[in-house]
Ligand binder design. Sequence first.
Ligand code: NAP
Length: 287
Amino acid sequence: MAQLIDGKKVAERVIAEVQAEVKTLKKNGVVPTLAVVLVGNDPASRIYVSNKERKAKQIGIETREHVLPESTSESELLVLVDQLNRDNKVSGILVQFPLPKHMNEDHVREAIAPEKDVDGLHPVNQGKLLSGDETLVPCTPRGIIRLLDEYHIELKGKHAVVIGRSALVGKPLAHLLLNRHATVTLCHSRTRHLHEMAAQADLLCVAVGKSRLVKENFIKKGAVVIDIGINRITENGKIKVVGDVDFEPAEKKASFITPVPGGVGPMTIAMLLLNTVNAAKKQAMPR
Ligand code: NAP
């Protein structure tokens, strides 16, 4: 039976560390400040944004909230991003996605100053990750690496299979693993014989968004399984959140496994706070 990787517990530890850093920075006159921009009235985005702001405030990070109507034009949003880029008091900028359909998300990502890009999605930060500079990398993959570190899971020389190649999760995760000397196979919707690929993995990470895609035959005995998926399904008339991995059979074969919820999920906000503090530090002490 696999050991459960407790993301809630590790996230609490990370948040306590970040809180201590915030205190030290403030003593030295640096106030980490996160600007959060929300466009439109999407209820899920509203909840994500307020959770992030609440957690940031709890540990002493200042927040600035900018809520813009759905009708905002892309150029108006870019003007706000430019103002935040120039504002010396703002350490990090988070524009909540998805944006309304009339906006191009790439334009907005690219407009954020790379040193304030706490989501780690600016092409400059993506490029830095390729060259081994991990100052600002996307929060979810950074959180996964921290979980693996906390459970002393060796990566060097191991075969890691990542299913899903999004810019937010799969691709940066593959590079973070490569930087730690894993041998990485990156799979996606066109990968042939997916379960055979997956079954070769010492570390199997799944970020697809399809409930219970990964069955028992995808998992090598003793593999470490990281389930990133968050899927809301209805089962026996009840709404349930499940991952991309069929948990019960996987738990019997794996050596370590993340539950959903309570595995990777809680790490994402913790890493956003860490990125904000790292951005503030870097801006205060550029070298
Ligand atoms: P995404 O942008 O939709 O990417 C999904 C990836 O899965 C794509 O690369 C796609 O391949 C691949 N894929 C789709 N169907 C597949 C199949 N049948 N077999 C193999 N690969 C397949 O999603 P994402 O943003 O990476 O998110 C993935 C999941 O993680 C979602 O459930 C999301 O909610 C969750 N998530 C969780 C957190 C967290 O904090 N825990 C954070 C972010 C995301 P192609 O590239 O070929 O289309």
